[in-house]
Design a protein around this ligand. Structure first.
Ligand code: NG6
Ligand code: CA
Length: 522
């Protein structure tokens, strides 16, 4: 009898699994982007990290494709996110790292990734770090009323945000248009108290009260309002009941993402979730259960927390029977940084040898966050989609996040107008492992631009000013740099002098791309 029941259950499970397989509509997969903040190429196990355990991210990579030449479009946050969500390079819109309370960087009348996906019938949501500005810039944002325009005007149906960065005010969560848990009697103001306004809560100013920084001290910058014992960029008043807790931020975002995923179960629409973790950006404040999990201080421990969060998203998909037909993309907004303004005990890289207590967040690449070298934009780039993508692949195709918009549009048959997503190209085949070349050329953005084509990487000489002993400033023209990344992945041997034709050709390509405003440049 028992055996018979067992057989029945087994039979039922096989049929249920089969039904799920045949009903999964691979023409409209769910899409989840898991986006890290300042996570470098070498911070992930499958990319070579030995000192930070990342079993969940490794599992994701082993279940799909690990790209070794995958890039964010810029070496800092705002332009990278801008490009991923619009398919347009940040420099075309003058996009830089945004200050607290900055207005929206993305105009509401241009195409975005979530708007395009909505056209294809998707439900769309963003959970996590925003840092793309809020409000129209004409009237100051009213943090006590409806905060808009924001992600909902850019095509997201739902948003749960850390409005700027975790080192900038306001230190509150924003759900759709409203600050979460805000007490009307303690209104929230950012950067400026409106005339006549008072606020019951005033936070210490780190410049006058450095002793208020009890969590750890800021080593440079980050010295305005002190919130939760941590100095922040910018001043805020009020909103005490709404303050986030830095140590539970990862838990909060996971909770929101889980709840969103679970709500999609049974829906006849596919969904897109942009999950943007604050880890491992400063101030790194991993939950105590992650503290001490690595020998690398809070930076390494925050990476362990991010790995946990990644695992939780994967578990949520699994629990809802969505693993098979969800494309999960894992990446980061820029390369690694060690000391980014907080005295959090992160060991500055001195050696890449574990025995020396070293860890190289850029892996074998030169430079990191803010820099034009490969370490600034070459980041972990993982794609998994069990229904279509064979597990266990490594691809050396040159890829950029800026191309996701066009690639998805082409798979989902959404037409793009000539003036939409102009820098985004269709790399769909490479994305699913059917082409291992990827992009023929690629722009990289930091303070200036660089261009890659074939084996070559070209960085034009930057104009700088030099201070002379007499105090006067003299403009100097920096040297152009040309590297052959096939022979020299660490960008050590500048070949610009010995290969002037190649350098010239690359300079021309860069100029052409830069000047191709308004028209799609294929
Ligand atoms: C810098 C901050 C840095 C970080 C960065 C933005 C100082 C001294 N440094 O201005 O801590 O917040 O901006 O990082 O203020 S990003 O990943 O969002 O681009
Ligand atoms: Ca970042």
């Amino acid at each position: 009898m028992k055996a018979l029941n067992y057989c029945r259950v087994l039979f039922f499970l096989i049929i249920a699994g089969f039904v799920q397989m045949v009903t999964a509509d691979t023409s409209k997969p769910n899409i989840v982007i898991i986006y890290g903040d300042d996570v470098g190429y070498g911070d992930v196990g499958v990319y070579g990290s030995k000192m930070i355990p990342t079993p969940n991210i490794d599992k994701l990579a082993n279940g799909g494709i690990k790209f070794t030449d995958g890039h964010c479009s810029a070496a800092t946050c705002t332009p990278s996110r801008f490009s991923m969500l619009t398919g347009v390079h940040g420099f075309r819109h003058g996009v830089r790292i945004l200050a607290p309370n900055a207005p929206m960087a993305i105009p509401t009348d241009i195409l975005t990734l979530p708007k395009m996906l909505k056209k294809a019938g998707y439900e769309t949501a963003v959970v996590g770090k925003w840092h793309l500005g809020l409000g129209d810039g004409k009237t100051p944002v009213d943090w006590n009323g409806e905060v808009k325009p924001g992600p909902l005007e850019l095509g997201f149906n739902y948003s749960f945000l850390l409005p700027s960065t975790n080192d900038r005010v306001p230190c509150v969560y924003l759900e759709n248009y409203r600050v979460v848990n805000l007490d009307k009697n303690d209104p929230l103001y950012v950067n400026k108290l409106p005339e006549g306004a008072t606020s019951s809560t005033v936070y210490p100013d780190a410049r006058k009260n450095p002793e208020a920084m009890t969590y750890y001290k800021s080593t440079h910058g980050h010295n305005h309002s002190v919130i939760n014992g941590i100095g922040r960029i910018g001043t805020m008043w009020g909103g005490k009941s709404a303050l986030w807790n830095d140590e539970t931020m990862a838990d909060e975002f996971v909770k929101q993402a889980r709840s969103y995923i679970t709500k999609q179960k049974g829906s006849d629409k596919p969904f897109f979730l942009y999950f943007a973790s604050q880890d491992i950006h400063v101030p790194r404040a991993p939950h105590p259960r992650f503290q001490g999990k690595t020998k690398l201080g809070y930076r390494g421990d925050a990476m362990v927390a991010f790995d946990w969060a990644t695992g939780e998203i994967m578990n949520a998909l699994e629990e809802n029977g969505m693993t098979e037909n969800t494309i999960v993309i894992f990446s980061s907004d820029n390369g690694p940084v060690y000391d980014d303004g907080y005295d959090d005990g992160t060991t500055v890289k001195t050696s890449t040898k574990e025995s020396d207590g070293g860890h190289d967040g850029s892996g074998p690449y030169r430079g990191g966050k803010y820099q034009i070298y490969e370490g600034g934009t070459r980041v972990p780039f993982i794609v998994r989609w069990p229904a279509k993508i064979k597990a266990g692949q490594t691809s050396n195709a040159m890829m950029s996040q800026i191309d996701l918009l066009h690639s998805f549009a082409s798979y989902l048959n959404v037409d793009l107008a000539q003036d939409e997503a102009i820098d985004s190209r269709d790399t769909w085949k490479a994305l699913i492992g059917e082409d291992n070349v990827g992009l023929p050329y690629m722009l990289q953005e930091a303070r200036g631009l660089a261009v890659r084509k074939g084996p070559w990487k070209y960085i034009p000489g930057m104009k700088r000013t030099k201070r002379l002993p007499n105090g006067k400033k003299k403009p100097i023209q920096g040297k152009a740099e040309l590297y052959n990344l096939v022979d020299d992945k660490g960008e050590q041997n500048n070949l610009a002098q010995s290969n002037p034709e190649v350098a010239q050709e690359m300079q021309k390509l860069l100029e052409d791309l830069k000047n191709s405003n308004g028209v799609r440049f294929e």
